[in-house]
Design a protein around this ligand. Structure first.
Ligand SMILES: Nc1nc2c(c(=O)[nH]1)N[C@H]1C(S)=C(S)[C@@H](COP(=O)(O)O)O[C@H]1N2
Ligand SMILES: [Mo]
Length: 250
């Protein structure tokens, strides 16, 4: 239960992705042109995770899973690099951002020992970490922001999650969803963010709780979380089911 090394193999994940591939929904990889668009800059002058993303996105999901390393960190930046103003994005316009239910609790389900829902106060009492990282949208823009919150690894261990399970699935109260593999969930920079830019998350930035995962494309960083599920059943996601690369990063 306490081991952090995931046992799911690339081949197993590949099997789960097969139906999507058959339906023609998964691309083999992105061209350098698409990647330049993706990161919004000249990749030949870029370092750190942008270069890593470039390399990763050239490969199939299978290869990405095989070469994924827990120790591969996304690039971090000084406060002077923060993007102001920060850009909102969702599958609907900003004026349709949902309000948070005052009785909001985070639901926890699936392969976990403790399924007690979490209040905001209880989440705030867990260990917190902070990061200034680049958020890269697949639409071809990127921006640098500051987020603070609970390492997902800490949260998963706290609820007694089966860390050998394949997937962590996130649902959101705006109807969005996404999922990641367990290795990505246990990555030290993958956090459940409560704070953006030193303020409690505002609704448009994902209040009251969002996933922030700088080693993957922006659509994996689910806002307005409703539930977290640990599962061996491939969960897909809002954009992933429409053809976006499921791995979407390193
Ligand atoms: N709940 C929810 N989360 C979401 C989305 C969404 O539509 N709904 N869009 C994703 C996409 S495509 C991007 S680029 C980022 C945008 O985050 P931001 O508004 O903080 O820039 O949120 C991601 N998380
Ligand atoms: Mo995005």
């Amino acid at each position: 239960m306490n081991r952090t090394k995931p046992v799911v193999t690339a081949a197993e994940i590949q099997k789960d992705l097969m139906p999507l591939r058959r339906r023609g929904l998964l691309r083999g990889g992105l061209s350098l042109g698409a990647l330049t668009l993706l990161t919004g800059c000249d990749l030949s002058t870029h370092s750190g995770v942008d270069a890593a993303l470039e390399a990763m996105l050239r490969f199939d999901d299978e290869v990405q899973a095989a070469i994924f390393g827990q120790d591969r960190l996304a690039e971090t930046y000084p406060a002077s690099a923060l993007t102001i103003p920060f850009r909102f994005n969702a599958y609907y316009p900003e004026w349709e951002v949902p309000n948070v239910d005052p009785n909001w609790h985070l639901a926890v389900s699936g392969l976990v020992a403790d399924k007690t829902p979490w209040s905001l106060a209880a989440l705030r009492a867990l260990p917190q970490t902070s990061q200034i990282t680049r958020h890269i949208c697949i639409e071809g823009w990127s921006q640098i922001g500051q987020w603070s919150g609970i390492p997902l690894q800490v949260f998963l261990k706290r609820v007694g999650a089966d860390l050998r399970a394949r997937y962590v699935n996130f649902t959101c109260f705006d109807g969005y969803s996404t999922s990641i593999d367990m290795a990505s969930a246990l990555h030290p920079q993958t956090i459940l963010a409560l704070v953006f830019d030193n303020q409690p998350l505002a609704p448009q930035w994902g209040a009251p709780l969002r996933l922030r995962i700088p080693t993957k494309l922006g659509f994996k960083s689910a806002k307005n979380l409703q539930s977290i599920e640990v599962t061996n059943r491939f969960p897909g996601g809002y954009w992933e089911n429409q053809g976006y690369d499921w791995f979407a990063g390193v």
